[in-house]
Design a protein. Structure first.
Length: 178
């Protein structure tokens, strides 16, 4: 299994995201939501000429998809971006169980298929790699060797960079033997 920037493990949200959740719950107008989503995505700080791939993608969605702001806010409010510890604990329990079964059957270690590959961005201020790594180690306990943790260059939108996508494929290819 592989997960990339697993948002379901967020302990806390950046202030801009919390403000957006609050405004959505309070029934804020479309104009207010658009302003908050633009702030959360960093579109206000970026000048048109200096945008990276993620900012360009977000700006395009923002300008051409009328429902983007409300959709983004709804996902944040109702999506499983926080409080998913039980789901992660269960998933890690499956990996630990497979390792124990292999060891009891006389096979040392865990096969490639049972290894969890986690890829995060080094400079992501939303899904922070060090917190994800720490929490996964806590969930895995003595099975943390069954986790392959990679940190790649970039921020929250790191997958909008073609070079990073190539690196993701390389990591998966290496870990899965393909």
């Amino acid at each position: 299994m592989a997960v990339i920037a697993p948002a379901g493990m967020l302990r806390s949200l950046p202030k801009e995201y919390e403000d957006l959740k609050r405004a959505t719950r309070d029934g804020a107008s479309e104009e207010v939501l658009r302003g908050l989503v633009g702030g959360a995505l960093g579109l206000k700080e970026v000048e048109e000429g200096e945008e990276g791939g993620f900012a360009k993608l977000c700006r395009w969605q923002f300008e051409h998809h009328q429902g983007h702001a409300r959709s983004f806010a709804s996902t944040l409010l109702h999506g499983p971006v926080q409080g998913q510890d039980e789901v992660w604990r269960a998933a890690c329990g499956v990996l630990k169980g497979k390792r124990r079964a292999a060891e009891e059957g006389g096979v040392s270690g865990v096969g490639v298929a049972e290894r969890l590959v986690v890829i995060c961005a080094a400079d992501d201020t939303v899904v922070r790699a060090e917190i994800v790594r720490e929490d996964l180690k806590g969930f895995m306990g003595d099975g943390e060797e069954d986790i392959v943790f990679e940190t790649l260059p970039g921020g929250h939108g790191f997958l909008a960079d073609k070079g990073v996508c190539t690196s993701v494929v390389e990591v998966l290819g290496r870990e899965w033997g393909i």
